[in-house]
Ligand binder design. Sequence first.
Ligand code: AMP
Ligand code: MG
Length: 426
Amino acid sequence: MSIIKDDCFNVVDGLMELSDALGLIKSRTTNVCGVEDIPLSDGLGRILAEDIKSSVNVPPHNNSAMDGYAVFADDLSATEPTRLPVSGRIAAGHPLPRPAKPGEALRIFTGAPLPPGLNGNGPDSVVMQEKVTVEGDGDMAVFPPGVKSGDNCRKMGEDVKSGDIILRSGQMLRAQEIGLGAAVGQTTVKVYKRLRAGVFSTGDEITDASNAELKPGSIYDANRPTVIALLKGLGCEVTDLGILPDDPDIIRAALKKAAGNNDVLLTSGGVSVGDEDHVANILKDMGSLHFWRLRVKPGKPVALGTIDGAAFVGLPGNPVSAMVTLMMVARPMILLMSGRSDIDVPRYLAQADFSLERRAGRLEWMRGNLEPGNDGPALVNIFSSQGSGILSSMVAANGFVEIPADTTSIKKGDMLNFIPFNEAFR
Ligand code: AMP
Ligand code: MG
């Protein structure tokens, strides 16, 4: 099972444009997950592996959009009030047991079916009860002029027509897709099995938080819990594979073992060019490995490859870099491997509420916040500390402010792209 064709990462030296990297990922990554049938109600976050076609109309019958009176619009005067007998009652779930006839009004409630007529069409209009004057015991009612055919009526099939494809293969199920599936009577769905992802951290200094004591020179492992949480959010079945020391033999054995049980392996740290960065060499020996240096900031190289049939992503060690790289490079790959089709991260234009001088050269994602403007467009601010080790900047922010590569100066009021985290990490 080769997920990524081996030539995928043979890219020229120097910096690669993000768009080229994404183009390569899109053209070279294929879905590797099998399919399974699950109850629709368990489908939240799963990816459809079939188109869903409706065999029913929604709504299945013409019905009332209001509490009021069903009438034949032709019975009502266009210029003066009209008096009609009220000769039936139709509640939701209780159709009138007979055809309706011109000249009568019928008490009707929201969602109740509009009856057919004796000789063809039935009532074609509902007058809301607030506009009707009821007389006597409610057996006569006076209707205002100006009622038009179709008023307050919901047409059979106006939401979904029988035969419509309502959901497409590759779509991720949110609450509303589950709801629409339920509305057409779907009970089970064919979905892709979850992509199996194994996650390591690397580094002699990296310490699991369950080890209460932090030895001199050590730090707690921030990346593994972050990466695991992000992958779960992308729908993966994640295995926590712990922390690997900077020891080539241990790393080699662990990667080989994990490759047999996972579709993709992710590590963080150990893929730079330092003496203790062993992951890259091991991958080169055992599988294939290529570095992509993207023209982006924050951006260390991302290492991509394969090992024993599993895809491999080596994320940078700095926690912010690891998150950015996961979101912008690994995410599209992981989603495509998972069978997902809608993988593009949306950008929204907002107005800078800050000014900045910078060096041109790289597309930059600054941690910032999108906030409502004062009677104007939404505003973006940036967090004061933008270092790639400053994970608190990710907590303070609700998205990335994207600075184009060639920009050297930003002034208050300039329009910039904003990428909300809640759309970029799902
Ligand atoms: P490396 O790529 O291994 O040289 O790591 C780059 C930087 O990221 C170093 O300062 C590491 O200590 C830090 N780092 C690496 N892995 C983690 C991790 N799992 N949690 C927190 N920081 C890390
Ligand atoms: Mg390291």
